[in-house]
Design a protein around this ligand. Structure first.
Ligand SMILES: NC(=O)c1ccc[n+]([C@@H]2O[C@H](COP(=O)([O-])OP(=O)(O)OC[C@H]3O[C@@H](n4cnc5c(N)ncnc54)[C@H](O)[C@@H]3O)[C@@H](O)[C@H]2O)c1
Length: 359
């Protein structure tokens, strides 16, 4: 990553009131980018956006990506160099309850954003964030490669596979080779970190229950996921956007996986056991036998392309990431200044990145 690249860059980022978008906005602002955010109001209490006082870093627009004209006006007012699309309904289990909202937000919301970008001649790069769940899951033990078939058993996964197809169609139809705007999609694994209070996500569930001294109910102890600290894929999205803006941007205008090495692909029971060890007193868990909606058991990503061509690789091991997350929530419980804490986390990640060879 080239921090200087971001100085003075105009960035339009959807989903800045969320977990990943919040961290990404803070990091971009620290590197000197002028960030315009577009999202709904934060939907958890507490939330990262308010906790780190992100309003001081971002020109924050509260709006719905399903409203094309509102979204277009915000993009036009920003005249961005780079666009990151992170706004979504991102929860698998909620998608079973709200399939139409999930499809509308994730498919039409993506189409609306790309449509808005068609009208602006300043945009050089668009990174559309989808997910590792966009692949047709074969329940096998190998990592999925970018060339593998898309699919989706549940509405969330299907919506993100559709967002991939829609982006691909926009790229081929309106942003062909030679266009000054390059478009890529990014498929990250399960993201963990301080500042996520979403419902039905493993780490927030564990940390809420540990904080309250109640036992965590674990649904699928044997499910394996590619876990990674939130700053890992965010570093990947930033590196990808830099390359899209380079003279060789066409070569990067396709799909990219960002996930951990094998060490970061662990079962749910491995994670909760490790968290129990790190948290100390008050940490208990049990397995629930209540019937659950379908979720894949094995999911891994093959990230060879990102490693070889973007020179991106994970900076923190899974154990290091969990230690950093426990530290975050314990600091939050002690009422520490979480903006300072978040800025220090960014600095630590940057120095660890330099030490492990990421520039
Ligand atoms: N967290 C993960 O483990 C993970 C893994 C892979 C991919 N992703 C993807 O990363 C992106 C960010 O996820 P997150 O974990 O930060 O989720 P989040 O729920 O914390 O944030 C979602 C953001 O999208 C915004 N949003 C939702 N519906 C909207 C609408 N109709 N109009 C405008 N804004 C809307 C919300 O306001 C919020 O800012 C999503 O696209 C998600 O699918 C997340």
């Amino acid at each position: 990553m080239n921090k200087n690249f971001w100085k003075g860059k105009r960035v339009f980022l959807t989903g800045h009131t969320g977990f990943k978008g919040g961290w990404m906005s803070l990091w971009l602002a620290q590197m000197g980018a002028e960030v315009t955010g577009f999202a709904l109001e934060p939907n958890t209490n507490p939330n990262f956006f308010e906790l780190v006082d992100l309003a001081q870093d971002v020109d924050s627009n509260i709006g719905d990506i399903c409203q094309l004209e509102t979204l277009k006006s915000a993009v036009q007012a920003c005249r961005p160099d780079v666009v990151f699309h992170l706004a979504a309904q991102p929860l698998v289990r909620l998608s079973y309850d709200e399939p139409l909202n999930t499809l509308n937000t994730n498919v039409m919301g993506t189409a609306n954003l790309l449509e808005a970008c068609r009208d602006i001649d300043t945009v050089r790069a668009v990174v559309v964030v989808t997910t590792d769940k966009c692949y047709e899951n074969r329940e096998w033990h190998w990592g999925y490669r970018e060339s593998e078939p898309l699919g989706g058993h549940d509405p969330y996964s299907a919506s993100k596979a559709c967002a991939e197809i829609v982006t691909h169609a926009y790229r081929r139809s309106y942003f062909e080779v030679g266009s000054s705007c390059k478009i890529a999609t990014a498929r990250a694994g399960n993201v963990i970190g301080g500042g996520d209070w979403s419902q039905d996500r493993l780490l927030p569930d564990i940390l809420n229950d540990f904080s309250n001294g109640t036992p965590v109910e674990i649904r699928s102890p044997n499910s394996i996921r590619p876990w990674q600290h939130v700053l890992e894929p965010v570093a990947g999205y930033l590196t990808l956007a830099e390359q899209l803006c380079s003279d060789d941007g066409d070569s990067f205008s396709n799909a990219w996986n960002f996930g951990p090495s094998d060490e970061g692909c662990q079962s749910v029971s491995w994670i909760v056991t490790k968290m129990q060890e790190l948290w100390g007193d008050g940490a208990h868990w049990s397995i629930t036998n209540t019937p659950q909606p379908h979720e894949a058991t094995f999911l891994k990503l093959d990230c060879s392309r990102a490693r070889d061509l973007l020179h991106w690789h994970p900076v923190w091991t899974l154990t290091e990431s969990l230690e950093i997350i426990v530290d975050w929530y314990q600091a939050f419980n002690r009422n520490e200044n979480m903006r300072t804490h978040a800025l220090n986390t960014l600095l630590e990640f940057e120095s660890a990145g330099v030490a492990t060879g990421n520039e």
